[in-house]
Design a protein around this ligand. Sequence first.
Ligand code: NAD
Length: 493
Amino acid sequence: SVQFSQVIQNLINSETHAPLTNFINNEFVPTANHLDSVNPATGKAWIKIPNSTKTDVEKAVEAAKEAFKTWKNTSVNQRSKLLQKLADLIEEFNDDLAILESRDQGKTVNLARVMDIPRCVQNFRDFATAAKHQTSTSTILEEPVKAINYVKYDPIGVAGLISPWNLPLYLLSFKIAPALAAGNTIVCKPSELTSVTAWVLMHAIKLVGFPPGVVNMVIGEGSSAGQSLVDHPDVPIISFTGSTLIGKKIQESAAKLNKKVSLEMGGKNGAIVYSDFDWNDLSTIVRSAFLNQGEICLCTSRLFVERNIYEEFVGKFVAEAKKYTVGDPTSNVNLGAMNSKIHFEKVKSYIETVTEQGGKIHCGGVQLLDGEFKNGYFIAPTVITDLADNSKCMTDEIFGPVVCITPFDKDDEAIERVNSTPYGLSATVWSRDSKRLLNTANELRVGTVWCNTWLTRDLGMPFGGCKQSGLGREGVHDSLHFYADAKTVCVKL
Ligand code: NAD
């Protein structure tokens, strides 16, 4: 772990760090072309990362294909032990990794320390143990012949794992852990906007003793590295988390070779606040709109509030939002920077449509800072009212600290309006009446409904989206099944 510490410290103190590399066959392989990775809080490039080509991807897939021949036959115990060791090593360096995640992504160090890195550790632990306790179905057949059937879960081969920039290590490890636990080898491609902690993870993979070729990583743009991975004929399974636009494109490409695909995509999550809700939950509702700068696919972006408490709710919500501090992500603030200039401009452009569409902005907008953060991408919690349901801010995924609040009169009306989007990722419902909560949860067309809570996750439960938000589910059982082919074996007795 001294070696691992050195890798991390070199990055933390990086003034002139060498460009990052790909990771193939347990070697750190340099590439010909590079991209800048920008620190969103300063707007300055802080390190160079590979921009991999089709040829780089081919080398990684070749290594993974070769390693699969032996890795698929390793015992679950052996895979589990390696994943546990990996979890231990990451956990030991939790706080240092949080610094790097913040610098690369823009989120606060405090949040990465308590959310992103611990969840990465949990991903490796949960799948390390779950794989050992997997059971399978069996039946005894009486007619036409006596036979026993049982199901065997076979690893599939080289898994292509593609992840986004909002929760970099958190979401990538949620794919790596089950893919390996199930006996596949992998080629992963983190977002080109946040590849640094993934590169550090590859050092950990090598140090804890994963055999060469089992885990490989190519870094670079989606249109080249990502697309080459999706199109590669020797990658039969693709797991993707990102936007709906790219997810659908990947599904189209993957269909040509009948690949198994899992897609976790965008959302436009609604919250229903009934007048009998517990006002003590207000701070959680505010948090659900703004955590991680609103850059969580599960953040609330449309709030439907029962009319008899609407005015009071808006007043108190805005007051809470105004308490949020925005600034240097390494300091004790609530929100850091938006992930990139392009994304910052996108969020800003949505806020600029509000007044012309008849809406009212109560607080928020671009936040200007001084000194070293003068060119950073900061947006303060933005609360909007008086917009029609079909306005751009109410229909499009903004993916920033922006929330629209609107009143409703009847339960059915609120449910219909929450469901009236092409997305179907998650929703929240707030009430002290359990019957009302359950009736509403029953009617919502989303993958997850939280009642009087938000972002409370049991990894054993299925996670994913309906409609345009996704295809398939991730979670302890669902992921282990996704990364395997179920084979029924029938033996005549
Ligand atoms: P994105 O779709 O732009 O990129 C995601 C990943 O796909 C990146 O690694 C990118 O390089 C890669 N990619 C891009 N084009 C590709 C191509 N043609 N072939 C293969 N790979 C390609 O998404 P993003 O902007 O990085 O992330 C934000 C989006 O992710 C939001 O829409 C958000 O809702 C969604 N998201 C969803 C979940 C979920 O669980 N449903 C979780 C987090 C984020």
